[in-house]
Structure formats: structure tokens, C-alpha cells
Design a protein around this ligand. Structure first.
Ligand SMILES: [Fe+2]
Ligand SMILES: [Fe+2]
Length: 532
């Protein structure tokens, strides 16, 4: 794909904000050429359109069409013909009392709502949902269908979000979603449930992976999540691959309707297990906002916070999600977009979590790898430069990454150096031995490879040192020889992490299990923290 008036060299240099501005201006030009008026209240396809005030990336500078104008009365389809799909839930700022229920509709609907209740037969409590709609010019997309989309000229996507508050801790609620013309009532066929976080410490499991996409392998790993009965699921980015190229360039391919397939694929799990997503390089979508995150913000919720970097706590675990596009040297289109705010926020969050007596473990997830030997992307120097020193200072216990489509775990590290060898089955004390880094990028997209042999539980083949590289400024790949790669597995995978808090002082455990695409365990390490 070429862009009018732009050399390939220029196209390769544009930041996300500059790409957004190009699309915005191009859209205006095309509208003018068609003789359309561009002004207040006029719908402009290809720009950010979201009714959620204050969300990341829905900048006021972009022409914003109100939700109301997305609901024309003349051509609005009868609501009874529009069936909600792609339900996915996530926590609010307080997981003990708040939950966000989100879903999609294939057409504009009126008065979307969620019904909830304590029994599947009684969904009498009705809550309004907001519309977050995205409009994308078909001419700005690269449809994966072999026949190009000719009509309509824009692709409209309608995401509905209901923010539930005042829930009881540790309680299971039942829900169903609808809109004018489609009221599910208590039709058990469409009723789902969720459970809020408990107010007291207790054992629980959560899962994590990255780099999913839509494929039969992704279906398999998605359903393996359900088999672990997790309280919540972390997604370390590269979610749907609707943005298919992932280079952060204006010439990248994009088919927004891939998201429709994605939500349909994950609904069986994501409708009942809160999904907390991180932004990967394939989530940089310049069509909707200057920071490229407007699409993600329309489709997901970030634990009641306004950025793609956010945090929440569940029991004795603090979870921080970061947006590593902000610090990436490998794919620098959004490098520095937060102006340093994210890293400053990270330090505040880490300091606050470490001060809390009720929080034992700090888990941080983001997309680009701090430490990986995988041949494709290896390690991200920006993460090491800006964030690893903070992980060391505040004793982060576990870092979860994606980006490299493999499984890999390091020995515990301090300052980038191994403190102790930790083969599968080991117990690690992060307070003295440092942070364990895990890559779990085998959720379903095509797999990558390692320069060294695989080595995992049942097939240990220690290789050290390993020749790898780290991405540094100027898109430089600096060779390095590393000794921290303890477990490597080329295959589909997910993490299941069991938290077992100590009841009266004593030692709390966080057992990190890696599971392959067939459900077999391939790695295990136990992190321990003794009461403060
Ligand atoms: Fe990926
Ligand atoms: Fe990636």
C-alpha cells in the first residue's frame, strides 16, 4: 500500500500521531472532494469516534461524532434483528465491587443495557450501557477476504460497555445483555455469570498469555484457560492481529473486522473470566486517535482507568499492566508517546504496592520482552533502560511478556545478572534473588524459534551461554551473550499462576505453571514471600 504524496522513506518515519493526522486530513480531503460538508456534527469516517469521554486516545482534537448521531431513526434496523455477541468482561478500579461488561452489536442499537441478578432466573436489575463506536473507511483497510469490500464505504463497529458498581465482594452475579427490541429477560440460553474479587485473602488462580490472534490454535489455548478456573486472565498484547503487519507504519495492513472474529472466538471464556489486556505492537491503530490506542479503548476497559497502563489488586497480588510501545526501540512508532508519564506512574504504583501490608506479590505484564533469546524479536532495550531498574528497586516478583511467539523463563535476575540457577521445580525468593521474567507469547499466532535448543520439564537440555541480541536506539540490534535463559519451549502455551497466601504471617507462595497447547505442564517455579 502506498500513500499519496509520500515517499517510502517518509512513510517509514511517521510516528503514530503523525499517521493519525495524515488519515484525519486525508479523510477530510476525500469528504470535500465528494462534495460533503465537513463541520460540527458531521460524521467523518476513519477518525476516532467514541462516546466514552476521557478515554485514552479519543482526543478532543479529532472530530468526534456523538453516540446519538450513530443511532439514526430513519435507517436504524429493527433491534429485534440485531443479536449481541462477543461478550467480554473486565474489572473496574475496585475488583471487589466493580465489573465492566462489554459486547458488540453488528448495527446501531437503541438503549443498550445489561440485566444482572443473584440468580439466573432473576435478572431484574437493569443498567444502561454506553456506545463506543468506531468508523473506519474501507479504503483505509486491507480486508483479509479475497474479494475487496466495495459497499458500504465505511466499516462501522459498535461496542457496548456497562460499568457495574456497588457489587458485593466475592459474589457471583448472573447477567444478560440487550437493547430496544432485544430483551433477553432470563432466557437461560444467553445468561452468563461473573464473580467479584473477595475482600479477604485466600487462594486463587489466574492465567496469562500473549500473541493470540484468531486460529484453531488460539481456540485451543483459549479453552485451556477455562480449564484452570481462573479468577482473571492477563493478555500481554498482540490480541487480534487486525493490524496485521505490526510494524507501526502507515503502510501496515489493517482489517478491523478481524476484531469481530476475535470477540466471537474468546466469548466462551471472556464472558465469564475478566480479561485484562495490554497493548502490543499490533494494537497501534492510527485511524482512531493520535496515540493509536483509541481502537483498544473502544473495545476494552482498563480496570476503570483511562490509559493502556493501569493496575488493580486481587487478594494478595498487585497487577500492573504497561504499554511497552511507549519505550520500544525495535518498533519506535509510539516511542515516548506518554512523555514520560507512564514511567513516572509506574514508579508511584510500585512504591504504593510495596508499602501495602496486604500485598505480597507484584506481577507486571506488558508486551515487548525485557529478556528473551527468541530469534525474532529477542530483548527490548527500552524496557531494560526505563523499567527494569524500577523492577529491581521495588522487588517486582514476576514479569509476564509476549511479542516472541514462544515460551521462555529466565533465572531470577537483579540488574540483568543471574542470582541463582532456577530449573523447573525450583523455589525462588524474589526479595533476595530478584525478578523472574517469563515470555508466554504462544497463545495462537504463528510460532517463532530459538537459536538454542528447547529445554523444558521432561526434556531438559541446558545450553549456556546463548548468543542473542537486544534492540537499541536507531533500530540497532546489539549482539549479547546471555546466561539467563533457563527454560525454552517452541510451542503454544499459557501460564496458570496459583496464589496461596499465608493466613497468619508466614510464607506466601505464587506457583507459576507453564502449560503447553495440549494442557501438559512444561515448567514450574514457586515464588515465595515472607510476611512483612
Ligand atoms: Fe505477536
Ligand atoms: Fe508483538
Amino acid at each position: 500500500m502506498t500513500k499519496q504524496g509520500m515517499t517510502p522513506e517518509q512513510a517509514a518515519q511517521l510516528s503514530l500521531a503523525e499517521q493519525h493526522e495524515w488519515f484525519r486530513r486525508a479523510t477530510s480531503r476525500r469528504a470535500m472532494l465528494r462534495g460533503g460538508l465537513v463541520g460540527a456534527g458531521t460524521a467523518i469516517a476513519g477518525t476516532a469516534i467514541a462516546s466514552a469521554a476521557g478515554l485514552t486516545g479519543t482526543a478532543s482534537a479529532a472530530p468526534v461524532r456523538s453516540a446519538a448521531s450513530l443511532l439514526p431513526t430513519a435507517d436504524r434496523p429493527n433491534g429485534s434483528t440485531v443479536v449481541p455477541f462477543g461478550r467480554h468482561i473486565s474489572y473496574g478500579a475496585d475488583p471487589t465491587r466493580q465489573m465492566s461488561v462489554a459486547w458488540q452489536a453488528t448495527a446501531a442499537v437503541r438503549n443498550p443495557f445489561v440485566r444482572i441478578g443473584r440468580s439466573p432466573q432473576d435478572l431484574g436489575e437493569k443498567h444502561h450501557a454506553e456506545v463506543r463506536a468506531l468508523s473506519t473507511l474501507a479504503s483505509d483497510t486491507s480486508p483479509i477476504d479475497s474479494v475487496a469490500l466495495v459497499s458500504p464505504s465505511t466499516i462501522e463497529q459498535y461496542y457496548l460497555h456497562a460499568a457495574l458498581d456497588g457489587l458485593r465482594p466475592g459474589e457471583t452475579y448472573y447477567y444478560a445483555v440487550g437493547h430496544d427490541g432485544w430483551d433477553p429477560g432470563s432466557n437461560l440460553a444467553v445468561v452468563k455469570s461473573f464473580t467479584t474479587a473477595p475482600s479477604k485473602r485466600g487462594p486463587f488462580t489466574f492465567t496469562a498469555f500473549g500473541d493470540q490472534g484468531i486460529s484453531y490454535d488460539a481456540v485451543a489455548t483459549t479453552h485451556l484457560i477455562a480449564g484452570q478456573h481462573p479468577a482473571f486472565h492477563l493478555h500481554a498484547g498482540d490480541v487480534s492481529y487486525a493490524e496485521g503487519t505490526g510494524h507501526g507504519l502507515i503502510t501496515d495492513s489493517y482489517d478491523p473486522k478481524v476484531w469481530d472474529s476475535f470477540f466471537q472466538q474468546v466469548e466462551a471464556v471472556a464472558a465469564t473470566v475478566p480479561w485484562q489486556v495490554a497493548s502490543g505492537n499490533h494494537e497501534m491503530e492510527p485511524w482512531y486517535s493520535p496515540d493509536g490506542n483509541g481502537g483498544l479503548a473502544a473495545r476494552f476497559d482498563f480496570a476503570g482507568q483511562q490509559n493502556t497502563y493501569y493496575s488493580f489488586t486481587y487478594g494478595n497480588v498487585g497487577v500492573i499492566t504497561l504499554d511497552a510501545n511507549d519505550v520500544s526501540y525495535e518498533i519506535p512508532a509510539n516511542n515516548g508517546y506518554s512523555g514520560g508519564k507512564q514511567t513516572a506512574w509506574l514508579e508511584q504504583e510500585l512504591a504504593a504496592l510495596r508499602k501495602r501490608a496486604d500485598i505480597d506479590f507484584i506481577v507486571v505484564q506488558f508486551h515487548h520482552c525485557a529478556y528473551s533469546t527468541c530469534s525474532s524479536h529477542a530483548s527490548e532495550g527500552g524496557v531494560r533502560q526505563y523499567w527494569v531498574p524500577l523492577f529491581d528497586s521495588y522487588g517486582v516478583d514476576l514479569v509476564i511478556n509476549g511479542h516472541n511467539h514462544v515460551y521462555e523463563r529466565t533465572d531470577p535476575l537483579k540488574g540483568g545478572s543471574v542470582t541463582t540457577a532456577a530449573p523447573s521445580g525450583s523455589t525462588v525468593t524474589p526479595a533476595t534473588q530478584g525478578t523472574t521474567y517469563v515470555v508466554a507469547g504462544g497463545a495462537g499466532n504463528s510460532l517463532y524459534s530459538f537459536p538454542a535448543k528447547d529445554s523444558y520439564d521432561g526434556a531438559v537440555d541446558d545450553v549456556s551461554p546463548i548468543a542473542s541480541f537486544v534492540n537499541e536506539p536507531g533500530r540497532t540490534k546489539t549482539p549479547e551473550t546471555v546466561a539467563w535463559s533457563r527454560v525454552r519451549y517452541t510451542g503454544y502455551c499459557l501460564l496458570a499462576i496459583d496464589s496461596a497466601p499465608a493466613r497468619h504471617g508466614g510464607t506466601s507462595k505464587l506457583t507459576v505453571r507453564a502449560i503447553d497447547g495440549f494442557g501438559a505442564e512444561i515448567d514450574r517455579v514457586v515464588l515465595t514471600r515472607t510476611a512483612k
